[in-house]
Design a protein around this ligand. Sequence first.
Ligand code: HPA
Length: 283
Amino acid sequence: LVSVSRSKNQIMKSKEKIEESVEYILQNKIKKCDLGIVIGTGLGGLVNTVNIIAEIPYSSIPHFPVSKMEMQNSRIIFGKINSREILIFDGRFHKYEDLNYFQITYPIYIMSRLGVNKLVLTNAAGGIDLKFKKGQLMIIKDHINLQGGSPLAEKENFGMGERFVDMSRPYSKDLIEKVVNIAIQSKIEIVLGVYACVLGPQLETSAEYKYLKIIGADAVGMSTVPEIIVANQLGIECMAISVITDLCDPENLEPINIKEIIDMGKKGEKQLLKILIKLLQDV
Ligand code: HPA
């Protein structure tokens, strides 16, 4: 009985927090919108193409998680790209930032309450498939969660929806088809692949890259999967696109070059933006 009433308390707390955050966001000129985007590390250029109607820093929103890391400029943007209204979450949380899964997926609960039912996530990832080129784009067709945890296992998630969420089709076939068609029309090379999500923040060893290849991963990164799981729980149609920033060849592993990773992110970002801008007119 004690544990039942404790978890009921918890349900109230999570939902109340989300309601208070949403109330504040709506009071600050952000409007409800059906389409959302989460921008990955180093991929903030999309913001320059937006006609910004309103923006608020994450740090001003009640109950919004606060990262102890490099996220000073993180914000929610409501705006238009070629007359299409969109909500942009510019800044993402990672599990390695000393946050729990409820906190790192908080933007997804908020988006759902703001009316988002179509969601595009972007990230930077390492290429496990050595046929990839640096700077290339990969649509995530499926994932492997290697973080050792789930946002649905956090007590704050209890009562938020289905617990045994189906993961047979976590990525929208319709959105993937649209992006593939846009890429073909725009003559942008794009591939479909499996994304393995690790905790990080350290990069992988040679042995770990070998292992990732053997288990069927095409790319590896430290984000996106927790958000995809919650988006599926909340019934949001979603997709994710990775920019391949480095190649992870276990036989010739070079020491990590962060500058090169960021430069490659920028290279891939240009093509990613072309695709996203076209996608927005079509959803
Ligand atoms: N591993 C994990 N995350 C990454 C990598 C990588 O090699 N490259 C970019 N993000």
